[in-house]
Ligand binder design. Structure first.
Ligand SMILES: [Fe+2]
Length: 291
């Protein structure tokens, strides 16, 4: 293979890889795609006889320009997902489809009310709870902390779970999953049918209101099905525990009797911060697309 033909092959392999990557990260920038398309067409049209050194230089320049644009867009997307949501600044993510898109399974009216009113109220409630807890830290007045923690758990779980809920539905969805997740479901539940029955029963048997939730347990490396009455019992689903303190009586009563506060104050002397830091840095690697 001549140098020229080898170069053309390299360019077209590169274009194939880039197209797969763009699809994977869901980039649909029309200017970028038309540049790549042009470059791709160009390499297809060229044959060994017609291609000279100048052509190669031009293609190389085009390639580095397109590559630069891809880098720029990818960086922009990455930095958006890596930014923190400031305290009290959660926003309602837009529905990823039209209100009527899930009909006849879920009506337009339900979607409009559920998303625009109910989900919005969780976002508002979470923002308020976060701001009030920030105020408590500033003023060192923790008198209402228990209340705001409850609010943060209730509205936070409501916001995060609804965000997942909208994303996991789609018009024309249904059927069975494929690939890795299907294999794991079959391994952990026996079959897809068994999983579906268990999940449906869990949903039907939630006491009062709540959720059925398929979770991944990173430590057991298994999928499990859980129920959540309401949204939570003082937790925020979709978060990762980093530092935990056991205040069940069995954790301190023999030594501290009913002095839980003194146990809590002393406990800080035995915290293994390097271990906690390691867990935090593992947890940080998980990046969910914000909206
Ligand atoms: Fe809901």
């Amino acid at each position: 293979m001549s140098d020229v033909r080898e170069y053309v092959k390299e360019v077209s392999d590169w274009i194939d890889e880039i197209m797969i990557y763009l699809e994977k990260i869901d980039i649909k920038d029309s200017r970028l795609l038309s540049n790549i398309e042009r470059l791709s067409q160009w390499t297809k049209d060229l044959d060994e006889e017609e291609m000279d050194y100048d052509d190669m230089v031009v293609i190389e320049e085009e390639m580095s320009r397109v590559y630069g644009e891809i880098e720029e867009i990818a960086l922009e997307l990455r930095s958006k997902d890596r930014q923190s949501v400031p305290i009290g600044k959660h926003t309602l993510p837009p529905l990823p489809y039209a209100y009527e898109a899930l009909e006849p399974t879920i009506s337009r009216e339900i979607m409009r009310l559920h998303h625009d009113k109910h989900h919005q109220s969780y976002v508002d409630g979470l923002n308020k709870a976060e701001l009030m807890m920030e105020k408590a830290r500033e003023t060192k007045d923790y008198a209402l902390l228990k209340h705001w923690e409850k609010e943060a758990a209730f509205h936070g779980s409501g916001h995060y779970l609804h965000t997942l809920f909208w994303e996991e539905m789609t018009p024309g969805g249904g059927g069975q999953p494929k690939g890795d997740i299907l294999k794991q479901i079959e391994k952990d539940f026996g079959s897809f049918t068994a999983f579906k029955s268990h999940f449906s029963e869990a949903a039907k048997q939630v006491e009062g209101v709540g959720w059925a939730i398929l979770v991944w347990a990173p430590r057991a490396r298994r999928l499990e099905i859980l129920q959540s009455e309401l949204h939570m019992v003082l937790t925020q689903w979709d978060t990762i525990p980093i530092l935990v303190l056991d205040v069940w009586e069995h954790a301190y009563y023999l030594q501290y009797k009913n002095e839980r506060a003194s146990y809590v104050d002393k406990w800080w002397d035995v915290v293994n911060w390097p271990q906690t830091a390691a867990r935090f840095s593992e947890a940080k690697k998980l990046i969910w697309k914000k909206q």
